[in-house]
Design a protein around this ligand. Structure first.
Ligand SMILES: [Zn+2]
Length: 413
């Protein structure tokens, strides 16, 4: 009798556990109330910001539209997601890598309910023409919006979008670059700095915040207002982005960097690469689209390219040959010097369908030398070989440099 009771009890506990596991699995299989995708609108040397927020499975908000050169990536992503209508497009500031994809949206039958945009004063635009923006481009966009009866709504530090289920997006700071409390600034410091709140989860969208306004925001007494679980890193991670003190004030659990691979690996991102040792970081030029899903109490990040890559600061562990994984081997083992540059290997590994050896499809990226040049991907003679050692794989890289023959080997479990 006692034993039968025990069996029933175990059965009950087992079933309850199964139900809990199934419920949890079902929950995570569903898209939660908030999904943010940091769209990979980077090509080659060009970087840009474009972030799609999907709220309560129905509302779509696009923060920035990327550079015009990358508009195809933006359109392709929206098409894949089945998004043909945007409830709002927010342009954080008047730079081409943020407003540049807007015309493509208008010309490709994407319905836009309203655009939130504070065009920078022409005086500032003129100073940053042609490299950052142009008055002509900005006016073309504004005329096109007027032609289509799409309202262009200016933002203030009181602008807030409130949704169901405890979700809101609030502009914390926005200045015009002329009447900023710290005096005149560049266009980056006119960025709308916004906090997205989903119940307990806070995400800070820092536009292209630079050092001068970054210092002001950090030093303000209400410093806790910028504390967030996730930081959309300002200015694509490149100097002269906000000081380290800003990052300390935000205290993010994770950071998302909208940057091309070449920018991320260049000297301009050196300080942020150092910070990435402290805060787990994803870069969409490396990881592909970065998807953040929040249930209001926790979040998880997924990346388009099998982003199980360990955070930058973790020593790279052995990667299973058979799993889909991106391995970052930076800092692993010896750091051979190649013509004055540290060698940096980024090696995505993917299992082939027939179960044979994984395919290696990326190579070697030397960090830039002291010249700080951008051509970090200048080709170098490289021979990558993969062989099987029992249950393990060995990856060997050979290359010729000024100092002669070089080789590195990694054994992958
Ligand atoms: Zn930018």
């Amino acid at each position: 009798m006692r034993s039968a009771f025990k069996t029933r009890w175990y059965l009950f506990v087992g079933l309850a556990l199964l139900a809990a596991i199934a419920g949890f699995g079902y929950y995570w299989l569903q898209d939660p109330d908030l999904v943010w995708t940091a769209i990979n609108v980077n090509t080659g040397q060009q970087q840009g910001d474009a972030h799609l927020l999907k709220i309560n499975h129905s509302v779509h908000i696009l923060i920035d539209t990327g550079h015009p050169d990358c508009a195809d990536s933006l359109l392709q992503f929206l098409k894949e997601q089945g998004v043909s209508r945007l409830n709002a497009v927010i342009i954080t500031h008047s730079h081409r890598d943020h407003y540049g994809g807007l015309m493509a949206l208008l010309n490709n039958q994407i319905t836009i309910d309203s655009v939130y945009f504070n065009p920078a004063p022409p005086y500032l635009v003129k100073k940053e023409t042609p490299w950052g923006c142009s008055q002509e481009e900005i006016e073309t966009i504004l005329y096109a919006l007027v032609d289509r009866d799409i309202p262009v709504i200016p933002m203030t530090s009181n602008t807030q979008w409130v949704f169901d289920n405890g979700t809101s997006l609030k502009v914390l700071y926005i200045y015009d670059g002329l009447r900023t409390p710290i005096g005149p600034t560049d266009i980056n410091d006119t960025s709308a700095i916004m906090m997205l709140t989903h119940q307990k989860i806070r995400i800070l969208f820092a536009g292209d915040l630079n050092q001068p306004l970054g210092r002001y925001i950090t030093q303000r007494r209400d410093i806790t207002s910028i504390k967030a679980d996730i930081l959309k890193v300002p200015h694509h991670g490149a100097e002269v982005l906000a000081d380290n003190a800003f990052f300390e004030a935000v205290q993010p659990q994770a950071m998302v960097v909208p940057a091309s691979k070449s920018l991320w690996l260049s000297e301009r991102c050196q300080r942020l690469r150092n910070l990435a040792a402290q805060y787990p970081t994803r870069v969409n030029g490396l990881d592909g689209h970065i998807v953040i899903k929040s249930d209001g109490y926790s979040f998880r990040m997924e990346t388009q390219w099998h982003g199980n890559r360990p955070p930058e600061h973790q020593p790279p562990g052995p990667a299973p040959c058979g799993s889909s994984q991106i391995m970052r081997l930076a800092g692993a083992g010896p750091r051979p010097v190649w013509t004055g540059m540290n060698l940096h290997l980024v090696i995505p590994i993917r299992q082939s369908n027939d179960g044979t050896l994984p395919t290696v499809f990326a190579g070697v990226c030397p960090y830039p030398g002291s010249d700080g040049g951008n051509d970090v991907f200048s080709s170098m003679p490289l021979d990558l070989r993969l062989s099987r050692l029992g249950h393990r794989c060995m990856l060997a890289a050979h290359w010729i440099s000024g100092s002669g023959q070089n080789a590195i080997r990694w054994v992958l479990r």
